[in-house]
Design a protein around this ligand. Structure first.
Ligand SMILES: [Zn+2]
Length: 295
């Protein structure tokens, strides 16, 4: 995961330009939910703004797993509009024993027949996510360490809930790459302790970002990144001519661009190369061995 920074005003301007009048319709619907005290409607309009998030997120990447999905026209079908805070009800997420053993405790979900009913149409409550991340894994779960506030109407003011998951779109949450970095193909928490470490561990487990069996494609694609990147990093550092170095650097810049798949993995590997070339070579060799064993 990486951050896709955008202010609320910028997001609203993008929405108004894409679908004039959408924000007003969204406000009308939200005031209806406010009057009812829960979310209910016969049809929704958030799919109309999906393309904005697809563009924002590195030109059609999943917000959570950083897989690159197809471009807008055909990619819309394989991306969901993901509600960060669930709109209709909060489903309990079973904290794995391995995380419990590390002292992580999640707050019990509210015993209420409603979700974050004022946020179904908040621009900061959306991202575009692939179906494995959204439909299979996230569903209506939203594990937190603080107290649930289902009446909140502004995600930027709900940080006291202490969510475990990291919101990649916006300017109000920590940048995912400040909490999660990669060693080779494997995501790791940055912080040695505290809530930031717990957020990283839960997010990695929640989206199965390090599950070599269930998310084999993630592992395979990160292996490709490392195998492709390492020779270019070497050339950019040691190339025979300035031209050769510049050409290699352009490729490195491409691999580490926010528009490329698995940017966090690529940037983490670039940092490793810069700080410990022997370890980077060992990771590269390991990736080369993996490519022959991944089915
Ligand atoms: Zn995904």
């Amino acid at each position: 995961m990486i951050a896709y920074p955008v202010t609320k005003a910028q997001l609203e301007a993008l929405i108004e330009a894409e679908v004039p009048g959408w924000l007003q319709k969204a406000a009308t619907r939200t005031s209806g939910f406010r009057q009812k005290g829960y979310y209910e409607e016969s049809s929704s309009i958030w799919s109309e703004v999906k393309v904005i998030y697809m563009r924002l997120q590195g030109d059609c990447k999943c917000a959570y797993c950083e897989r690159k999905l197809e471009a807008i026209d055909f990619g819309k079908i394989e991306q969901d509009v993901e509600h960060f805070r669930p709109k209709g009800g909060v489903r309990a997420w079973k904290l794995p024993k391995a995380l419990k053993d590390q002292g992580i405790m999640a707050t019990a979900v509210p015993d209420e027949d409603r979700g974050y009913f004022l946020l179904p149409y908040h621009p900061f409550n959306y991202s575009a996510a692939c179906k494995p991340c959204n439909s299979a894994l996230k569903k209506d779960c939203f594990p937190i360490a603080g107290q649930y506030d289902l009446t909140g109407d502004d995600p930027a003011k709900l940080t006291k809930e202490k969510p475990f998951l990291i919101c990649p779109v916006g300017d109000f949450d920590d940048a995912p790459e400040d909490l999660i970095r990669f060693h080779g193909v494997s995501p790791q928490p940055v912080a040695a302790s505290g809530h930031n470490r717990e957020r990283a561990l839960v997010t990695i487990d929640f989206f199965k970002l390090d599950d070599e069996a269930k998310r084999k494609n993630l592992l395979r694609e990160r292996v490709f990144v490392i195998i492709g990147l390492h020779p270019q990093l070497e050339k950019a550092a040691d190339g025979a001519t300035a031209k050769a170095k510049a050409e290699a650097q352009a490729v490195v810049d491409g691999f580490t661009s926010s528009n490329s798949p698995h940017t966090n993995c690529a940037r983490s590997f670039r940092e490793l190369f810069q700080s410990d070339r022997a370890e980077a070579k060992a990771v590269f060799d390991g990736a080369c061995r993996l490519i022959t064993s991944i089915s």
